[in-house]
Design a protein around this ligand. Structure first.
Ligand SMILES: [Zn+2]
Ligand SMILES: [Zn+2]
Length: 233
């Protein structure tokens, strides 16, 4: 019975695909199975909820967490989803209840989508948002942004307008590594320590302005050298 339902769904998806106009189809980098990503053609995302926005992606990053999905370290990742959870772009469409952004706005997209209403959101732990589309959903449990377009749930929470004086490239890391570095520096209440030489550590150091480099096992020598330059010891 379950097999029959799945097969029927596949026929419906295929029928919709062949009936689509070319402009409704986009390229999306997709998690297929353990060890395999693939560039696939998919339908452009649409608004599903009144708090959604659809963003045309102009620049996206690759995060180590994408590699974690590929290497099978993220059991929650759903095969078939478009990966990518840090990007900037232009708002194409908004749902009826979105008030903070409008079509045409250049925005950063936050890695975390969150409802803002559950226990964890109210206490600032948006990563643990209990909503089915909450926490790290983009590019893990729902389609992400290594694609031409992405649907962003709770757009009022997760999209930030980019000032005209800031380029896409300058704003790209706002959604994940810069925010992670800032958050790490703040909640750990450290003021003068940086550990490691990775991207998030580097931004943690940038937020602190004063840091020591601890350890030396990072195999990415360029990043390590950059971290040492920023450090005071
Ligand atoms: Zn990430
Ligand atoms: Zn929540």
């Amino acid at each position: 019975m379950i097999k029959e339902i799945c097969f029927a769904n596949e026929i419906i998806i295929f029928a919709r695909y062949i009936l689509m106009n070319e402009e409704d189809i986009m390229l999306a980098y997709t998690y297929i199975e353990h060890g395999k990503f693939e560039l696939q053609e998919k339908a452009r995302p649409e608004i599903k909820d009144s708090r959604d926005a659809v963003v045309r992606v102009t620049l996206g990053s690759i995060c180590t967490s994408d590699l974690h999905i590929k290497h099978g370290s993220v059991p929650r990742a759903v095969p078939g989803i478009t990966v990518g959870h840090e990007m900037v772009g232009v708002v194409e469409q908004v749902g009826a209840d979105v008030t903070s952004v409008k079509p045409g706005d250049r925005v950063t997209v936050n890695v975390e989508t969150f409802c803002g209403e559950c226990f964890f959101c109210k206490h600032g732990y948006v990563n643990n948002c209990t909503d089915p589309n909450g926490g790290w959903a983009l590019g893990c449990r729902i389609d992400g942004g290594q694609a031409e377009y992405v649907r962003v749930p709770y757009a009022d929470q997760g999209l930030n307008r980019i000032p005209d004086t800031v380029s896409d490239e300058q704003a790209l890391f706002v959604g994940d590594v810069l925010a992670t570095g800032f958050w790490a520096a703040r909640i750990s209440e450290i003021t003068e320590v940086q550990i490691g030489g990775g991207c998030s550590s580097r931004y943690c150091s940038e937020c602190l302005r004063k840091s020591f480099v601890v350890g030396g096992g990072d195999r990415h020598w360029n990043r390590w050298t950059l971290s040492r330059k920023r450090a005071i010891a």
